[in-house]
Design a protein around this ligand. Structure first.
Ligand code: PLP
Length: 391
């Protein structure tokens, strides 16, 4: 009998396991760890959202929904996008409710890519991007960004990376893992490159509501960009709803129909109970969300102080809930830093190379953790860094 490894689709076989999961497994095996590893709000979903879900169950809402998702949820999302960014989507044809942004990303790639099509993406990048592109038959083309440029993507670098096979530019601002955001002018410059080369832009804006210094720029709201942009967003981060698994894609009706075709044969629809909860979140969750954002912002300042005191250079995150300090002064690789810190001080962070080679020399620390945990984690980290001769 052939081994299972020989039977596997080689693309799937050869994709390495997520660098985040690897550390998360280690964390689970080690008692007493303070984890700054996973990118997940430490808040429980606000009560009124949970209550809306319970109420929907009491009323017997337990069936499939339309493949595209509950019409009232799509209408509410369209209303939110119009109010926040002035961008108008038809809830009947231009919005698809998915099982998290993860499913939306997978559908978009599968609907778009033919074998060998290239997808440009800034790096360091969210761990799922490259594997999702590879599994859809495409070729990820990372564009390295660095601390000196504030992890921003320069239009000239995008231009230089375009080839005749380039089909998609995948953006993620506010960014995971760096916390970088893009200003409007830089996005306009990138939009001009996308237009010049007729690229599709997939914009993952899952952290749009978690911005601290100024207003988020929605890529599809830029002049001329709605038609070529597939906007992805969801409820996991802004409303502390990671486990509910609700996201959405907005875009051209023909393209949304293509994504819906895959979705209707594979997923059918996102779970109705979670869609009911999402409806409550988008219609009445604004205040609770703002309170969480204020807390993240306070913690962001605490984190920046901590790294300054430790003597580790850290780009000041402007969105999301991650800090990405440079740890090269310790003389350790990012994997050794994360492994030794976990073993010696029981603090979990993610090595920067999990987000691509240009993340080497950095680690990602999530500040979606309580102030007490952050304080203790940074006391331990400071001790660890001092032992490596920094400061
Ligand atoms: N996109 C980015 C940039 C993320 O950081 C994450 C989760 O960490 C996701 C998408 C996945 O989101 P969802 O829970 O909606 O599938």
């Amino acid at each position: 009998m052939k081994s299972w490894s020989d039977r596997l689709n080689p693309v799937v076989r050869d994709i390495p396991p997520s660098g985040i999961r690897k550390f998360f497994d280690l964390v689970c095996e080690t008692p007493g760890v303070i984890s700054l590893g996973v990118g997940e709000p430490d808040f429980v979903t606000p009560w009124h959202i949970r209550e809306a879900c319970i109420y929907s169950l009491e009323k017997g809402h337990t069936m499939y929904t339309s493949n595209c998702g509950l019409p009232e949820l799509r209408r509410a999302i369209a209303g939110d996008l119009a109010a926040s960014y002035g961008v108008r989507y038809d809830p009947g044809t231009e919005i698809l409710i998915t099982v998290g942004v993860s499913e939306a990303l997978d559908l978009a790639m599968r609907a778009l890519l033919s074998p060998g099509d290239e997808v440009l993406m800034p790096e360091p990048s969210y761990v799922s991007y490259s594997p999702t592109v590879l599994m859809a038959g495409g070729r990820p083309v990372p564009i390295a960004t660095g601390l000196e440029e504030g992890f921003k993507l320069a239009a000239a670098r995008v231009e230089a990376a375009v080839t005749p096979r380039t089909k998609v530019l995948l953006l993620c601002y506010p960014n995971n893992p760096t916390g970088a955001v893009m200003d409007r002018q830089s996005l306009l410059d990138i939009a001009a490159v996308a237009e010049a080369h007729d690229l599709v832009v997939i914009s993952d804006e899952i952290y749009d509501k978690l911005t601290y210094d100024g207003k988020h720029t929605c890529v599809s709201a830029l002049p001329g960009m709605k038609e070529r942009t597939i906007l992805l967003n969801g409820f996991s981060k802004s409303y502390a709803m990671t486990g509910w698994r609700i996201g959405y894609a907005c875009g051209n009706p023909d393209f949304i129909a293509a994504m819906t075709k895959i979705h209707q044969y594979t997923i059918l629809c996102a779970p109705i109970t979670a869609q009911k909860a999402a409806l409550e979140a988008v219609t009445r969750g604004g205040e609770g969300m703002l309170r969480m954002v204020q807390q993240y912002n306070r913690r962001r300042h605490l984190v920046m102080h901590a790294f300054r005191d430790m003597g580790l250079p850290c780009f000041e995150p402007r969105g999301a809930f991650y800090a990405f300090p440079q740890i090269s002064a310790t003389g350790l690789t990012s994997e050794d830093f994360a492994a030794d810190l976990l073993r010696e001080e029981k603090v979990a962070v993610v090595p920067g190379n999990a987000f691509g080679p240009s993340g080497e020399g950095f680690v990602r620390c999530s500040y979606a953790a309580s102030t007490e945990d952050l304080g203790e984690a940074f006391r331990r980290m400071a001790r660890f860094v001092r032992r490596r001769g920094v400061r």
